[in-house]
Design a protein around this ligand. Structure first.
Ligand code: PGA
Length: 259
C-alpha cells in the first residue's frame, strides 16, 4: 500500500531539548492519524532522544545524512549502524544542501544509499534541478543523471521500498513552491524511469514525495496529484502546529493508483 509519506527535515535547527519538547507535543497531536507515514528528521545529535520521546507512537525518526563506511577515521561523520542503533528508521540522502554546500556527488549518494540499505535504514533520496538547469530545459536530464548514478546497483525490491524526494532546488526555502502540475510532471517522469530500469512493481510501490516550500496551505493541492505520494517539509516542519496540519491534510489520500 502506497500510503502518503510526510517527513519533516529540521536541518540545523533545534537543540536536543527543543527537539524533545517538540516530539512530545507532536506525538499527541497526531496520535489519531491513520494511513499516513510520519517522520521527523532532527540533527543527528538529537536522533536518540527524539526516538525515545516517540517510542510506541506513529511517528518515526530519520537522520539527515550518513557516512558510507561502518566505522573509521572520518572525523565528524556518523555511520548507518550508529544511526540505526540510536533509533532512526530512515535517513535522508543527497539533500541539495549536502550536494551544493558539502560537495556531495551522485557517486557518494550511491555509496550512502547502499550503506543505508545494508543497515536496514529506509533511504529518503533527494533529487532535483537548479533554476539554471530548469531554465536551460535540463530538468529531466538532471533527474535522469541523479537517479541513474544514485540508484546504481540497487535491486528492484530495494527500489520498491525507497522514498525518492523530488526537490527542485529553486523551491527550497524560497517560498516559491512548484505548481502541482510541475511537481506531477517531474514525479511522473521519475516513476517512468523507475519502471523502465527496475520494473512495474518497483514503480508502483516506491514513494515519490515532493519537497520545496511545502506549507499547510499548499499540501492539499500537491498531494491530490496521482504521482505525489507525500512531502519532505523543511521550514514549515519547525512549527509543530503547522507540521501537524500538513500531516492531517494528507490523511485519506491513499487511492487505488497508490497500492
Ligand atoms: P523547505 O525545505 O520546505 O524549507 O523549502 C525543503 C527541504 O529542504 O527538504
Amino acid at each position: 500500500m502506497r500510503t502518503p509519506f510526510i517527513a519533516g527535515n529540521w536541518k540545523m535547527f533545534k537543540t536536543v531539548h527543543e527537539a524533545v519538547v517538540y516530539a512530545k507535543e507532536f506525538r499527541s497531536m497526531v496520535k489519531d492519524v491513520a494511513g499516513v507515514e510520519i517522520v521527523v528528521a532532527p540533527t543527528c545529535l538529537a536522533v536518540h532522544a527524539v526516538a525515545e520521546a516517540l517510542r510506541n507512537s506513529n511517528v518515526a525518526v530519520a537522520a539527515q545524512d550518513l557516512h558510507w563506511e561502518r566505522e573509521g577515521a572520518f572525523t565528524g561523520a556518523v555511520s548507518a549502524p550508529m544511526i540505526k542503533e540510536a533509533g532512526a528508521e530512515f535517513v535522508i540522502i543527497g539533500h541539495s544542501e549536502r550536494r551544493r554546500l558539502f560537495g556531495e556527488t551522485d557517486e557518494a549518494v550511491n555509496r550512502k544509499l547502499l550503506a543505508a540499505l545494508a543497515a536496514n535504514l529506509g533511504p529518503i533520496v533527494c533529487v532535483g534541478e537548479t533554476l539554471e538547469e530548469r531554465d536551460a530545459e535540463q530538468t529531466l536530464a538532471v533527474l535522469d543523471r541523479q537517479l541513474k548514478l544514485g540508484l546504481e546497483g540497487l535491486t528492484a525490491d530495494q527500489v520498491a521500498d525507497l522514498v525518492i524526494a523530488y526537490e527542485p532546488v529553486w523551491a527550497i526555502g524560497t517560498g516559491k513552491v512548484a505548481t502541482a502540475a510541475q511537481a506531477q510532471d517531474a514525479h511522473a517522469h521519475i516513476r517512468g524511469r523507475v519502471r523502465q530500469w527496475f520494473g512495474g512493481t518497483a514503480a508502483e510501490r516506491c514513494h515519490i514525495v515532493y519537497g520545496g516550500s511545502v506549507k499547510p496551505d499548499n499540501i492539499g493541492e500537491l498531494i491530490q496529484e496521482p504521482d505525489v505520494d507525500g512531502a519532505l517539509v523543511g521550514g514549515a516542519s519547525l512549527d509543530v502546529k503547522g507540521f501537524s496540519e500538513i500531516v492531517l491534510k494528507s490523511q485519506g489520500t491513499a487511492r487505488p493508483g497508490r497500492s
